[in-house]
Design a binder for this molecule. Structure first.
Ligand SMILES: Cc1cc2nc3c(=O)[nH]c(=O)nc-3n(C[C@H](O)[C@H](O)[C@H](O)COP(=O)(O)OP(=O)(O)OC[C@H]3O[C@@H](n4cnc5c(N)ncnc54)[C@H](O)[C@@H]3O)c2cc1C
Length: 384
C-alpha cells in the first residue's frame, strides 16, 4: 500500500490551464505556502490557448506574460460579404510553456503525478493509493460531462503545418467564414507562428457534439490545397468540443453542498458563447494568493463563480438566438453582423464584460435571424 503524503497547505487537483496558473500565482506571491499540484498527465496538456490583450486586466498580465509564445498586433476576420482588420493584440500560450513554468516555479516533488480518485475539501485520495491532506483542496479538473447544460457546441480540429516556401499570412485570422457552410456555422481559424508554420483550425458551431476528426482533417487539407500551400509536415494536432451554453442551472452544476473549492471550467467559469475560459481563469487565479488564507475559500470561490454565471446570461441568450432562431447554414450572418460593430464592443464581448449599451447595440437593428423565430427563442429563454 502506498504511504500517505505529508499534509500541505494547498492541493490543486488538475494541472491544466486553471490549475497550472493557480500553481504559478501561488508560487510567485505566496512562497511561504506548501502547494502540491496533482496531475496524472503532462501539466498543460496538448493545448494552445489564445486571448486578446483586452481579455486580461493590466494588473494581471504578469501571470501570463512569461507563457506567451506567439503575439501579434492585429487580426483579421473574413465573411462572405465583410472583411475587417482589427487592431488588437492577440497572444498564444502553449501547454509546454505552462509545464516549463510550473516545473521551474514549484519546488521539487510538489507535482504529484497521479490521478485523484476522491476529492474532498481537505483531502484527496490518490488512484495509486495514499492520501494527500491539505488546508484547502482546489478542484481544477476541467470540464467533466456537463450533464445539466442545454447547449450547442463549438467543435474543432486544429493542425500546425509546415508550409514549404511559406504561407504568406502575416497575422491571425480569427474567423475565415468564406468556406462552405457545413454542420452549422463553419469557419477556419489561422495562427501564423512563423513564416513557414501556420496553425489551421477548422471550427463548427454545431447542434451536435460529435466530431468526425477524419472528415475535418480532409476539409483542412482541402482548405490548404485551395490556398496552394505545399505542406511539408503536420507538427501538432488538437481537437476540442466546447459547450455554447443556452441554459444551465448553476446550483446543479456546483451544488452548495459541495464544499470543495473549484476554479476553471470545473467552476462553470467560461464564456457561454465561445467556451473560452482563459480570461476568467486569470481573473480568479490572480486573486487566489490573497484569498487562500480565508477558511471560507470554497464559499468565496463559489460566490465568484455564481456571479460570473449570472453575468453570462446575456451570452446564453445569444446562444439561444444562434442555435434556436438561425438556420444552421445562415448562422454565419450573426457573426458577420457582429463584426461590423465597434472594436471596443467586440473586445468587451470576448472578455465577458459587455456593457448595457453594448447589449442594446448587439440586439438593435435588423436581426440577422428571422424575426418571428427570434421572438420565439426569447419567449422560451430561461432568464435565470
Ligand atoms: C483544444 C482546445 C483549445 C482551446 N483553446 C482555447 C483558447 O485558445 N482560449 C481559451 O480561453 N480557451 C480555450 N479552450 C477552452 C478552455 O479554456 C480550455 O478547455 C481550458 O484548458 C480549460 O481549463 P481548465 O483548467 O478548467 O481545464 P483543463 O485545462 O482541461 O485542465 C484539467 C486538468 O485536470 C486534469 N484532471 C482531470 N481529472 C483529474 C483527476 N481525477 N485527478 C487529477 N487531475 C485530473 C486533466 O488531466 C487536466 O490536465 C480550448 C479548449 C480546447 C479543448
Amino acid at each position: 500500500m502506498t504511504a500517505d503524503l505529508p499534509r500541505c497547505d494547498i492541493a490543486i487537483v488538475g494541472g491544466g490551464l486553471a490549475g497550472g496558473l493557480a500553481a504559478l500565482a501561488l508560487a510567485a506571491k505566496r512562497p511561504d505556502l506548501d502547494v502540491r499540484l496533482v496531475e496524472p498527465g503532462s501539466v498543460g496538456g496538448n493545448h494552445i490557448w489564445s486571448f486578446f490583450d483586452s481579455d486580461i486586466a493590466r494588473g494581471d498580465r504578469w501571470l501570463v506574460a512569461p507563457l506567451v509564445r506567439h503575439h501579434w498586433g492585429q487580426y483579421d476576420v473574413a465573411f462572405p460579404s465583410h472583411r475587417r482588420t482589427m487592431r488588437m493584440g492577440y497572444k498564444s500560450i502553449t501547454g509546454e510553456a505552462l509545464a516549463e513554468a510550473v516545473a521551474a516555479a514549484l519546488p521539487e516533488g510538489c507535482i504529484v503525478a497521479d490521478k485523484a480518485k476522491h476529492v474532498a475539501p481537505d483531502h484527496i485520495l490518490l488512484a495509486r493509493g495514499g492520501r494527500l491532506s491539505a488546508r484547502h483542496v482546489i478542484d481544477a479538473r476541467g470540464a467533466g460531462k456537463f450533464p445539466t447544460l442545454d447547449c450547442g457546441w463549438q467543435k474543432f480540429v486544429g493542425q500546425a503545418l509546415t508550409i514549404r516556401g511559406g504561407h504568406g499570412v502575416a497575422h491571425p485570422v480569427v474567423m475565415d467564414a468564406r468556406v462552405e457552410q457545413l454542420d452549422g456555422y463553419r469557419f477556419v481559424y489561422l495562427l501564423p507562428f512563423d513564416d513557414e508554420t501556420i496553425f489551421v483550425e477548422d471550427t463548427y458551431y454545431s447542434d451536435s457534439a460529435d466530431l468526425d476528426v477524419a472528415a475535418v482533417r480532409e476539409r483542412i487539407a482541402g482548405y490548404v490545397a485551395a490556398r496552394q500551400w505545399d505542406v511539408a509536415a503536420v507538427t501538432r494536432e488538437e481537437t476540442g468540443v466546447l459547450p455554447v451554453v443556452i441554459a444551465g442551472d448553476f446550483e446543479r452544476m456546483w451544488p452548495a453542498s459541495d464544499r470543495t473549492a473549484r476554479i476553471g471550467v470545473r467552476a462553470g467559469a467560461f464564456h457561454a458563447t465561445t467556451g473560452y475560459s482563459l480570461p476568467d481563469a486569470v481573473r480568479t487565479v490572480a486573486a487566489l494568493p490573497t484569498l487562500v488564507d480565508r477558511a471560507d475559500l470554497p464559499a468565496i470561490l463559489r460566490a465568484r463563480a455564481a456571479a460570473t454565471w449570472r453575468r453570462q446570461r446575456f451570452y446564453r441568450m445569444l446562444g439561444a438566438m444562434l442555435f434556436r432562431a438561425a438556420d444552421p447554414d445562415a448562422r454565419y450572418r450573426v457573426f458577420q453582423r457582429f463584426y461590423r460593430l465597434s472594436p471596443g464592443l467586440i473586445a468587451r464581448f470576448y472578455a465577458g464584460g459587455s456593457t448595457r449599451g453594448d447589449k442594446l447595440r448587439i440586439l438593435s437593428g435588423k436581426p440577422p435571424v428571422p424575426f418571428g423565430r427570434a421572438l420565439a427563442a426569447l419567449r422560451r429563454f430561461d432568464w435565470k
